[in-house]
Design a protein around this ligand. Structure first.
Ligand code: MN
Ligand code: MN
Length: 475
C-alpha cells in the first residue's frame, strides 16, 4: 500500500489559516448532487410558468393552498401557516413559530418582477407605406435593448374592461401560438444607423416596436386598414376594444423555454432567474417549516427592478402590516410590539449577484467576485461608488449567518457586484433595514443578468434553497 504523503508545515498552516471558496461539484456527495438536479427540474417548470409577477403570484398561491397555507383573515384563525396577496402582484407567507414573536421573525425577501418591455397605453398603430401594424412599448427595468431585438417574444398580461371585468392574455407560449418580435436592422444597412454609434445608443427605446400584423381590412373607406383588422381580431378573441388597452398591463417577455445548459447539464438557462430563483428557493424553504422556533416569513415583492416603488413594491407598508396582523394573532395588539418585532428580526434579502463571466473578467476584482457553481453568495453590501444606496450588513450579522451556514454545510461564498467604480446596483435589503432589522443580501450568482436568457448553476439553486431553509429553521 502506498504511504500517504505527509503534508508540509506550510501546507498544514495554509489549510488552517487560509480561506478559499469551494466548488459545489467538487465537495458535494452523490446524494446532494442528485438533490440539486431534482430541485432544478421542479424549478424549471416554475420559471417557465411564471413569466410575470402576476403569474408567479398565481402559481405560488396554488402551491401554498396545496400545502395547507391559509389566507390570513384574523377571523378565528386556528392554524399556523398563512399567506396574504397584495394587489395580485406580491405575496407574504408565514409559519408561526414557538417563540414569542416580539423576539423577531426570520424573514426572506425576494422579488418576482423581472426586466421586460411593457406596452404603452395606446400601443397600436399602422405604419402607412409599409402596411405593417406595430405596438409602441416602454421598457421596464434595466435592459440592454439590443438583446431584445429579433428574438421570439410573447405577450402576457391583463386587460380591465369598462365594466370592470378582467381579461387574461397569454400569447406565444403554446406550441401553435403566434409570437412577436422587434425586427432588427440588417447588417448590410447598419453602417450609419447603428455601427457608428455607442452600443447603448444603437437601439433607441422608441425603436422597440412590436411587429403585430400585416393584413388589411377590406374596405376602401377605412384609413388604417391593417390596424382595424387587428382590432377586429382582438375583439373576436378577447372581447376588447382599443380603449380597453388603456387600462391594461401587457408585458412583452421572451418566448423561450427553460433549458438545461451545458453538455453536463449543470446549468439552467431561462428568462427571469433575477429574481425568481430566490423567490422559488424561499417558497420551497418555507414549505418545509412546520413548527419553527422563530416565526418564518417570506415576502415576494414586486417593482424591485424600478426601485421598489408603488403599493406592490418593498417600500410599501404591506409587509409591515402583514407582520402586525401576525402579532394580533397572538393577542398583542400594540404598536410597540410591532416595532420590537421588526427591530429583532433577521432578514435575508434574496437577490442574485453577478457571477464572473469568463469572457468579461475585467469588470470584476476576481478575489471578491462570486463564481457560479461555488454556492449561495453572501453580499455584505451592494450600491455604487462609495457604497451609495447600500445596506452594509453589520459584521456581527455576517458572522452569524456565516457560522450558521458552516454548521449545516451550506456551500456559500462571498461576492461584490463588480470592481469598485465599475457600476453597481441595489436590492431590497436597504428598505428592510429601515425597520431596524438585521439584513444581508444572500442569493446565487448568475451569468448574463437582465438579459432575455439568464444562466444559473443548479449547484447554486440548491445551495440557496438549503441556506434559506437552514436560516428559517435555525437562525
Ligand atoms: Mn434582483
Ligand atoms: Mn435585477
Amino acid at each position: 500500500m502506498k504511504q500517504k504523503e505527509e503534508k508540509t508545515k506550510g501546507e498544514t498552516l495554509e489549510k488552517r489559516l487560509g480561506y478559499k471558496r469551494r466548488c459545489f461539484w467538487e465537495i458535494a456527495d452523490e446524494q446532494e448532487k442528485k438533490q440539486a438536479f431534482n430541485l432544478a427540474e421542479e424549478y424549471r417548470k416554475f420559471l417557465y410558468k411564471g413569466k410575470t409577477e402576476r403569474e408567479v403570484v398565481n402559481i405560488t398561491k396554488a402551491i401554498l393552498e396545496e400545502n395547507e397555507f391559509h389566507s390570513l383573515t384574523l377571523k378565528g384563525e386556528n392554524h399556523n401557516k398563512f399567506y396574504r396577496i397584495n394587489h395580485n402582484k406580491n405575496v407574504a407567507i408565514a409559519v408561526l413559530g414557538k417563540e414569542d414573536i416580539s423576539n423577531g421573525v426570520n424573514l426572506i425577501v425576494a422579488h418576482i418582477d423581472s426586466p421586460r418591455v411593457d406596452l404603452k397605453q395606446q400601443p397600436l398603430y399602422e405604419e402607412k407605406e409599409t402596411k405593417l401594424a406595430l405596438l409602441h412599448t416602454h421598457y421596464y427595468g434595466g435592459i440592454k435593448k439590443y438583446q431584445w431585438m429579433s428574438i421570439p417574444l410573447s405577450l402576457h398580461g391583463i386587460v380591465i374592461k369598462e365594466d370592470g371585468s378582467k381579461v387574461e392574455v397569454v400569447i406565444g407560449e403554446k406550441h401553435d401560438d403566434p409570437v412577436f418580435t422587434f425586427a432588427d436592422l440588417l447588417p448590410h444597412l447598419a453602417k450609419n444607423e447603428q455601427y457608428s454609434k455607442k452600443l447603448a445608443e444603437a437601439i433607441p427605446a422608441e425603436k422597440l416596436r412590436l411587429l403585430f400584423g400585416s393584413i388589411p381590412f377590406t374596405d376602401e373607406k377605412v384609413k388604417d386598414k391593417v390596424k382595424l383588422n387587428i382590432l377586429t381580431i382582438l375583439e373576436e378573441k378577447y372581447g376588447i376594444k382599443e380603449e380597453d388597452l388603456i387600462s391594461a398591463e401587457m408585458e412583452i417577455v421572451p418566448a423561450f423555454k427553460v433549458n438545461d445548459v451545458g453538455l453536463d447539464r449543470s446549468m439552467i438557462g431561462g428568462y427571469g432567474h433575477d429574481d425568481r430563483i430566490c423567490a422559488y428557493s424561499a417558497l420551497q424553504a418555507i414549505l418545509g417549516q412546520n413548527n419553527p422556533k422563530r416565526t418564518s416569513v417570506v415576502f415576494l415583492a414586486d417593482k424591485e427592478e424600478i426601485g421598489s416603488e408603488g403599493n406592490t413594491g418593498a417600500k410599501s407598508q404591506f409587509i409591515k402590516d402583514f407582520i402586525y396582523d401576525l402579532i394580533k394573532l397572538t393577542n398583542k395588539d400594540s404598536y410597540d410590539v410591532l416595532t420590537k418585532t421588526l427591530m429583532n428580526s433577521k432578514v435575508l434579502s434574496g437577490d442574485v449577484n453577478a457571477g464572473v463571466n469568463p469572457c468579461f473578467v475585467n469588470v470584476h476584482e476576481k478575489q471578491n467576485a462570486a463564481h457560479i457553481g461555488f454556492g449561495v453568495c453572501l453580499t455584505k453590501f451592494t450600491g455604487s461608488r462609495g457604497k451609495s444606496s447600500s445596506n452594509d450588513a453589520n459584521a456581527e450579522f455576517v458572522g452569524e449567518i456565516r457560522a450558521l451556514f458552516n454548521k449545516y454545510s451550506v456551500n456559500w461564498q462571498t461576492g461584490e457586484l463588480g470592481k469598485v467604480d465599475e457600476g453597481g446596483g441595489g436590492t431590497i435589503a436597504q428598505f428592510m433595514a429601515l425597520y431596524g432589522a438585521s439584513v444581508i443580501d444572500c442569493g446565487p450568482p448568475i451569468l448574463a443578468m437582465h438579459s432575455p436568457y439568464e444562466i444559473a448553476s443548479k449547484a447554486d439553486l440548491y445551495s440557496t434553497y438549503k441556506g434559506y431553509k437552514i436560516f428559517l429553521q435555525f437562525a
